[in-house]
Design a protein around this ligand. Sequence first.
Ligand code: NAG
Ligand code: NAG
Ligand code: NAG
Ligand code: NAG
Ligand code: NAG
Ligand code: NAG
Length: 474
Amino acid sequence: MVQYHRLIKKGEKLRVAVQQGSSGNATGGGGYLKSAKQRILSIIFLSFLCCCYFFSFSSFSLIDAFSKEVEGLVPYEQFIAPLCSGLSYGTICCDRTGFRSDICIMKGDIRTHSTSSSLFLFTSSQNKSKTPEKIKPYTRKWETSVMKTVQELNLVYRDQHHNNICDVKYHNIPAVFFSTGGYTGNVYHEFNEGIIPLFITSHHFNKKVVFIIVEYRNWWVSKYRDILSELSDYPLVDFNSENRTFCFKEAIVGLKIHNELSVDPSLTLGNKTILDFRNVLDRAYWPRIRGLIQEPGLSKPKLVIISRNGSRKVLNENLLVDLAEEIGFFVEVLRPDKTTELAKIYRSLNSSDVMIGVHGAAMTHFLFLKPRTVFIQIIPLGTEWAAETYYGEPAKKMRLNYIGYKIKPEESSLYDEYGEDDPIIRDPRSFTRKGWDYTKKIYLERQNVTLDLKRFSKPLSRAYKFSKQVVNSH
Ligand SMILES: *[C@@H]1O[C@H](CO)[C@@H](O)[C@H](O)[C@H]1NC(C)=O
Ligand SMILES: *[C@@H]1O[C@H](CO)[C@@H](O)[C@H](O)[C@H]1NC(C)=O
Ligand SMILES: *[C@@H]1O[C@H](CO)[C@@H](O)[C@H](O)[C@H]1NC(C)=O
Ligand SMILES: *[C@@H]1O[C@H](CO)[C@@H](O)[C@H](O)[C@H]1NC(C)=O
Ligand SMILES: *[C@@H]1O[C@H](CO)[C@@H](O)[C@H](O)[C@H]1NC(C)=O
Ligand SMILES: *[C@@H]1O[C@H](CO)[C@@H](O)[C@H](O)[C@H]1NC(C)=O
């Protein structure tokens, strides 16, 4: 929807046209008008020119009209950047109190300048205390190694008289700037650091917001397009490759994040929860899913196994499928990879009663499950903390019936490799304590699982009984 763009360039063209028109009139006119009819026509023509002139001027004087705040914006600052509440027009404010992210808010005559990675704020006052700010718009502030890779933006005060023409002007629509760099490329990080914080930061604008993406990636935009269009009505902007100047009256730089894959209602306008986020997903995928072949309604509860094939693979997955079918489930095995369309995964999980998977990024898809369904996370040795923190706790907040299935040493491939007396088996904590690298290199990258099906049948039967009740109650 481009009708909100106001192109100053158009104004320029108009003025050129007017000048040509006037000169044309000058050569032809001045006492040479012959009839009343011509006179009337010329009056009409002149009025038309005046209108053009007026219109072209009013286009230019938009800069004055621009020196007013965005009207009708909800008071969102206290939720996004509390330190910047009540920020006055013509200022930049950064709230750096958050552990996970910094957020800056700018109000005034804001203009992008991508070649210098800058956002300019034009002001007339010679206020010397107006110091520039720098910010990396990514939500892992505490993790210096990844933050080093994220592009920094300069937020700079500029003298109003600098000539920096607006190519695209948004009058009443704020902008949100964020990076799709960092760990983007892993579905957990994409939701945790990108999509959910984007919801938290922008939901209160009711889609009347422009997203400006720093370190824009085409595949990311295609993958998340459905969701993005539920959060913003406006075209996305690829900050780094745009050479046009975008102008706004209000901008938020950086995203607000609450916790792992979570939305904290007490920190949002209107007490939004992760279920409100899930409703966004449902609306986002509905048009696409409606167009897919509908799955037949099932009389049996449906169980989806999220299958991995590199490390942390369930080596006896076929037997697990047999067992689940024996118990009474309809079973579907999903192998999501980077190219799997999210709408298809959503369709599958939105119609399932139980999801099972081994701890890992693909567990992020629990967000696609309906509340009151069952999520069984298989937890390999040495991954308890990560499994509970990143997926177990957030799943409970989404009102899923979460079951963490901690494997016994005998179910781990590390057991065969090292034997029961090795500290890797006996005392995983002595390694995981030493840092994430140990967890990663030993327990995440080098471990497979062979489920003890007798043991696993207990949570599976529980999940079945529960699902059966839910299915029957419908
Ligand atoms: C200058 O800016 C600071 C904040 O940036 C503000 O507190 C102060 O009132 C301003 N002074 C003038 C004269 O505008
Ligand atoms: C913007 O950049 C493109 C390619 O980099 C170039 O073709 C175009 O002329 C530029 N436009 C302006 C207004 O500088
Ligand atoms: C949000 O929650 C607070 C505290 O629980 C309550 O006072 C307020 O009325 C709620 N607001 C809405 C819009 O539900
Ligand atoms: C998800 O499931 C619910 C309840 O079965 C249904 O109403 C909704 O339309 C589904 N969403 C999509 C996108 O298919
Ligand atoms: C895992 O699956 C992907 C695609 O589904 C495939 O390209 C890859 O080769 C598989 N890896 C292994 C170890 O089987
Ligand atoms: C885990 O299983 C897969 C598939 O059989 C295999 O390719 C991989 O090497 C195994 N990894 C370990 C650490 O045993």
